[in-house]
Design a protein around this ligand. Sequence first.
Ligand code: ADP
Ligand code: MG
Length: 341
Amino acid sequence: MVARYAPREPIPPARVAAFRSFGSQMFHVEQIPRTEGVMSDQEDEDPTRAVEREDRTPGRRVGPGTPDLSIGALIEVRETGARAPRPLPRVIAVANQKGGVGKTTTTVNLGAALADLGYRVLIIDLDPQGNATTGLGIEARNFDYSMYDVLLHDIALEDCVEPTNIKNLFLAPATIDLAGAEIELVPAFSRELRLKRMLAPIREDFGFVLIDCPPSLGLITVNALSAASEVLVPIQCEYYALEGVGQLLRNVELVRGNLNPELEVSAIVLTMYDSRTRLADHVVAEVRKHFGDAVCKNVIPRTVRISESPSFGEPITVHSPTSRGAIAYRELAKEVSRGPA
Ligand code: ADP
Ligand code: MG
């Protein structure tokens, strides 16, 4: 049977990078300077958000203090300090158990930007809220199968994949049914490896597979981490930016030790950066200090256009192709796919 996303063009293999371990640095931020909320000339900023932040108490911890975890082996950087291409296909879980940090936004927009670069991209929506699905303009009434059917009822992933309005970009959609999967998977046979098994037959059809994880570290996220070779962690440039990241990294380590030895945290993406606040710069500096070259050079700005694009069912690259947000995601796609632009 010919898949609905056929035909495919061959994707050239990329070089394998040489990596060294990151060292066991910890994140620890005590004082956050109060923002002065200086307005800049940016055309599509949302002033209300900055005001909200200014009202918060300064001097709080951004991170979880000194988590009891060695992240040395989890975050790998190249010896040269620059990123290098990795072999395709790359299966990247976009994970952070905090909600609202930009996982879905990054999955959809990075996916669209990678597709624009010519890669065949599959986005797997693993969040029962289905925001990646609706954000790409795909409605539940228009598809037969969702990721719930794939994970629980052995429906072939190929039969679940839908084309999108963007060339080269495909989606395995999610609906609210997936909320039940977290519990229904508990007694299932090889419950952690379902996604990996279902992805295997079509993995090679794509250059990139991006998995949008739910805001939890339950079985669905474990399935994503087991199926992936890389984890991309979006971190919001906000108070408590690193809260929970230690726990996520511990889970990555557990999955790596028990289920998926090749898993590594390959990219940390700073999202919703607001240049009007000193807080944002401070968070960026702290995250870079502690995670080094694993942090992507391109930081995603907070813009109104990015936040409104899902309601049009379009990635930012389609909704507002010349906006700062679209440029940022396009640059991020270049950085993630083949090193610095
Ligand atoms: P998550 O998937 O981690 O829960 P989302 O990607 O859904 O987070 O983002 C949370 C909210 O923030 C959404 O309403 C989204 O539109 C908005 N948002 C995300 N990134 C940006 C950005 N760069 N600029 C403005 N709004 C953003
Ligand atoms: Mg989401």
